[in-house]
Ligand binder design. Sequence first.
Ligand code: GLY
Length: 342
Amino acid sequence: MKTVCLPNYNIYIDRSFDNYDRFLSDLKGNKLFVVTDENVYFLYKDTFESKIKNKDIFWYVLIDGDCSKTSENALNIVDFLIKNKAKREDVLVSFGGGVITDITGFVASIYMRGINLVHIPTTIIGQIDSAIGGKTSVNYEHYKNVIGTFYDPKLVICETNYLKTLNQHEILNGHGELIKTGLIGNIDILNSLDNNDAVYNPLLISMAIEVKKGFVVNDYFDKSVRNTLNFGHTIGHAIETLTNFEVSHGEAVIIGMLKSIEAGIYLGITNPKLLNNFSEILKNIGYNVPKIKYSDYEKYLFMDKKSNDEGIRFVFLEDILKPKIEIISWSKLKDALVNTEK
Ligand code: GLY
């Protein structure tokens, strides 16, 4: 078992844990309210229940996908908690991918001003990103993650065996975040990615969590260095919105990272050799980047929370492990992105 300790909670990582009671014994409430999606429910309801002996379990099952991450569903979960007489000392559990982690964390933070929260993420993105660092969110209308809070769980349990049932789309989704994490914080993560089974290795997941921890501990509220985790995300989020989430988050982040590297080289910020390194990494995971034009995603760039009328705080890489946050005007960014388009 690997354990990563953040100031307010621990993250336990292993291929599998026989029981969860040992982790939950410090939490007084007798009821466990588990929010999940229909895929995870179908695959792992029995597994989950076999790992809990000492609490009553109540399930809330959402449709799989980003379309479920709405303020309306958040209030529906509140309704479910009220109807089942949930108390603050009871435990709200997120059991699923990033969507489930984000919405459940959000509800935990608003229900009675804070109910015990435990994350049990079942996807790569969930384990290395969404469940770590206390960000919670729901989408509102077209605006992704526009409603949210910072709220820490009591603990996070990552079992890499859950990753074995991920489809190719979801593995690619995870690879996007793993590549980003490797590029900004630990080259060993990148070196592991040519091995197909690497993602099931608790060591890889813990290395990625350690990188995120470094940024979160130094800037919990995302005012400075935590922005680095946004590498590839400004353009990535715009592409997700443009394609109505047909392009997954991780895939959009890969496209966003490539465009950031190309723009960085054009602007003299990025070492040109990085483009070859990045192409090698994509070859290792067997991914071909689709062509998407600036004119198609431009209008969605302006929705980024790190922007204003003049420009945006944009993450470039000077080189591997050398991220650089630049405040760049919209016109300069446009010039770089358009002129590096193939
Ligand atoms: N997912 C980016 C962050 O937690 O800051």
